[in-house]
Write a protein that binds this ligand. Structure first.
Ligand code: HGY
Ligand code: MN
Ligand code: MN
Length: 416
């Protein structure tokens, strides 16, 4: 398909205004967002996005996992659409741009094509994937995973949050369970714009990341059991301290990840201690170890080391230990054709760019299994994300959206 002219640019002010407007929905306590999936705030954000897409003349479809699809017709209604999008749900202490930039950049490119009355052969569909973050209902990228056939829909609907509410019940409650069979839609290609969530692009002075690969991820939930007892009257040698056991295992997690430096990372972001009372020795600790690497063998070795070390530590301390895999995906390679469309767009538009491996997981990682897929990234200040202080510049947002638009339009084919 012929490439669009370099003058095809988005309306940066309108894009930024939409980002700031969406940021008002589900505000955090420190300038970011707390718009967790399937909450009333998520429902409010969905409704706002839907109203903008309606105003842009798009028609909406929603599948049984709540994934939202807004279609701009092409000149060939039978051509498979080019999909573009990301996610509107946020971490509890999330930023204003993680996921949201990718969804609203998709809307902005449609608004721009409307302004210029540019028609494409293939339809374009702007997408909001449900529960990308996996913070309320593990695992991450849940709904795009069901769409790609990685997870069973019934299993996904049964996932529970910390209060025992299920994904399925909450999706019904907020009124966003659609009637389209999830995964029925077929795609010509899928593109996702996302902030890098790491420091590389900013440190290298690059405006655009051409994402060629995504590192793999493994989430192991560890449950350590000891014995609740009095912190004052229980002699030290008699204690079965699950909290201490967890602390020793977490030290090992750091050592294991560093043993595979520099291309491996590890930490535990989710930690629950029971009964979590100031004068009770914790009888139970539940935590999720997040290991990542571009190399699948490294991930497997880190998980193996974790299980061996945690078992040894708990045996030595007279504690029980159980392991459960609660999330994960293999390292991925994005589609060569889509990656080239992104790289050519950055080149054509004169943006500094570099190839990049995504450190974070994204819906594109699953959609890559069912359609030609690639990602564009823009820098974020200090590489900070999953923090309310997450920041990007308007220039970075506009550059990323222009590259996204060019890649999408070239792939969808300009008509007339
Ligand atoms: O966990 C991730 O990498 C993504 O931010 N959900
Ligand atoms: Mn994200
Ligand atoms: Mn995120």
């Amino acid at each position: 398909m012929t490439a669009p002219g370099v003058n095809l640019k988005v309306n940066g002010d309108r894009l930024w205004d939409s980002l700031m407007e969406m940021a008002k929905v589900g505000p955090g306590i420190a300038g970011g967002n707390n718009r967790q999936t399937l909450t009333d705030e998520d429902a409010e954000g969905r409704a706002l996005f839907q109203s903008w897409c309606d105003n842009a003349g798009m028609t909406m479809g929603v599948d049984t996992m709540g994934n939202m699809f807004h279609r701009r017709e092409g000149t060939d209604p039978n051509a498979l659409p080019v999909y573009v999008g990301s996610h509107l749900d946020t971490q509890p202490t999330g930023g204003k741009y993680d996921g949201v930039l990718g969804v609203l950049a998709g809307l902005e490119l449609v608004r721009t094509l409307n302004d210029l009355d540019i028609k494409t052969k293939h339809p374009i569909v702007v997408t909001n994937w449900t529960n990308e973050e996996g913070t309320r209902f593990a695992p991450a990228m849940l709904a795009s995973g069901v769409f790609a056939g990685v997870h069973e829909e019934s299993w996904a609907n049964a996932r529970e949050d910390a209060k025992g509410k299920t994904f399925g019940a909450e999706l019904e409650r907020i009124g966003w369970k659609g009637d389209e069979p999830v995964g029925a839609r077929k795609m010509h290609a899928f593109f996702e714009l996302h902030i890098e969530q790491g420091p590389i692009l900013e440190a290298q002075g690059k405006d655009i990341g051409v994402v060629t690969h995504g590192q793999g991820l493994s989430w192991t939930q560890v449950t350590i059991t000891g014995k609740d007892s009095h912190t004052g009257s229980t002699p030290m040698p008699m204690r079965k301290n699950a909290g201490l056991g967890m602390a020793r295992v977490l030290e090992k997690v750091e050592e294991i990840a560093l043993s595979h430096a520099p291309h491996a990372v590890g930490a535990a972001g989710h930690i629950d201690i029971y009964p979590n009372s100031r004068n009770v020795i914790p009888g139970k600790a539940v935590f999720t170890v997040d290991f990542r690497s571009p190399d699948i063998d490294v991930i497997a070795d880190m998980v193996k080391q974790l299980r061996a070390a945690a078992t040894q530590i708990c045996n030595d301390m007279g504690l029980g230990v159980e392991f459960e895999v609660v999330g994960g995906f293999d390292p991925i390679t994005f589609d060569e054709g889509c990656v080239t469309a992104i790289r050519n767009a950055a080149e054509r538009l004169g943006y500094s760019h570099m190839d990049l491996i995504s450190g974070a997981g994204h819906d594109a990682c699953w959609i890559n299994q069912v359609a030609p897929t690639a990602m564009v990234m823009c820098p974020c200040v200090g590489g900070l994300s999953h923090n309310e202080a997450e920041e990007i510049s308007k220039e970075w947002a506009v550059a990323g959206t222009n590259v996204l638009m060019h890649a999408v339009v070239e792939t969808a084919g300009v008509e007339g």
